[in-house]
Write a protein that binds this ligand. Structure first.
Ligand SMILES: [Cu+2]
Length: 407
């Protein structure tokens, strides 16, 4: 009997110990669950803080850098088509910014709203036709609008001058329906610019004629149109006159990029491309824009009022030394950076005066040398007049001489 009582007490004791253990275990599991709920609330909350901070950061950096970006502050496009490109860019940006803000708010709001917590269970929700229609339909409509308006700007921008257009000729005033055709050839690592000179026409080239340092573009000197072609260091163009740039490359892919004019086109070896644009703001006017003062007489864009050379604080300011740039926008090798050239947009009379001062490549580098195929073929006088060194203001005289003298 005694043994039985002892056995029962031991059994009850074991049962009680086991119950205690189970309780202990259950409490532990409950504690872990609670800890998990706390951690998901913390994470979702941090997500919300990040979202607010990130959106503020995005808008603050935009406002901070706005005046350094093309299209804003002083950097409105300096060409006719550039304004169209900027406006379609802005439309695209407004739409995408709205979508960006909404989707980011929703993304973080949902991680907060549906965070793991007691009494909440995920619902299995595999399909909703209305929702699918909305998220397919709305982007499709918006994209159609953007693509169509983008295409129409593209077609307007990429137009070429038709037959009713003539190249600017002579040094006389530039008329309507006239354009200037220049050429940019990219090579490692420079741009060779070619200006048509007085006749307004670029001469013909042949790649087998290319001799570095002697005939870098392979111009054919028998072609009269080549005799007055200039290889300028700076691309000088008159304001409000349409320009057509022939773009080509000699070795690898380059890209003819005039950021202020929104001109950008690949220069492909063996595949000539072109770009037409009309500069509408002279270099001088652009400098004024950068140096503008507000109504209180303070600089509108103080960064442009810093000295151009930090070592000479009293020297010219940045806006006074500003120049338009031609850059290569295709990473084309180790000397890529050195392809920078300046572009100068001047008033029409200034342009004519500039051209009158130029000497053609032929006159300075070829005439009278071994390379000169015209030695003894073209009379000295014809070449002089042809190139416009002797009488630069009288185009008619030049034409007369050309037709009367045997060439
Ligand atoms: Cu390049």
């Amino acid at each position: 009997m005694g043994w039985m009582i002892l056995g029962s007490v031991a059994l009850v004791a074991i049962i009680l110990i086991q119950i205690g253990r189970i309780n202990e275990l259950a409490a532990k599991i409950r504690g872990e669950e609670e800890a998990q709920f706390r951690s998901s609330t913390l994470n979702a909350g941090l997500g919300m803080v990040f979202m607010i901070g990130f959106l503020i950061f995005v808008f603050a950096t935009f406002m901070y850098y706005k005046n350094s970006m093309l299209g804003y502050g002083p950097h409105e496009a300096a060409s006719e088509h550039g304004k169209w490109i900027d406006s379609i860019f802005n439309v695209t940006m407004i739409i995408t910014v709205i979508v960006f803000v909404i989707t980011h708010i929703l993304l973080f709001w949902y991680t907060w709203k549906y965070r793991e917590r007691p009494g909440h269970q995920a619902t299995f929700y595999p399909h909703n036709n209305t929702l699918e229609m909305v998220w397919m339909g709305v982007p499709a409509i918006v994209m159609t609008f953007l693509v169509i308006s983008g295409l129409s700007v593209w077609n307007k921008t990429m137009k070429d001058y038709g037959e009713d257009w003539t190249p600017v000729s002579g040094l006389s005033t530039i008329e309507d329906n006239q354009y200037i055709e220049v050429e940019g050839t990219g090579l490692q690592w420079q741009w060779i610019l070619r200006h048509p000179g007085k006749d307004g026409k670029l001469g013909t080239k042949y790649y087998k004629e290319i001799k570095p340092g002697i005939n870098p573009l392979g111009q054919i000197w028998e072609d009269e149109k080549n005799l007055d072609d200039i290889h300028p260091d700076t691309l000088v163009l008159p304001v409000n006159v349409p320009v057509r740039v022939r773009i080509t490359a000699m070795d690898v892919l380059h890209n003819f990029y005039l950021p202020h004019f929104r001109v950008k086109m690949d220069a492909v070896p063996g595949l000539p491309t072109y770009f037409t644009f009309k500069p509408e703001v002279t270099t001088e006017q652009y400098r004024e824009r950068l140096g503008a003062l507000d109504s209180k007489g303070n600089p509108k864009y103080p960064e442009w009022h810093q000295p151009a050379d930090p070592e000479a604080p009293k020297g010219p300011k940045r806006y006074e030394t500003f120049n338009y740039e031609l850059a290569c926008a295709e990473l084309c090798g180790k000397g890529h950076f050195s392809m920078r050239r300046f572009v100068k947009i001047v008033e029409q009379d200034e342009y004519i005066a500039w051209m009158a001062r130029q000497k053609s490549y032929y006159m300075t580098n070829v005439k009278g040398t071994e390379e000169d195929v015209n030695k003894g073929v073209l009379s000295e006088k014809t070449i002089e007049v042809e190139v416009g060194q002797e009488d630069m203001t009288n185009t008619e005289k030049a034409t007369e001489v050309k037709s009367s003298e045997a060439i």
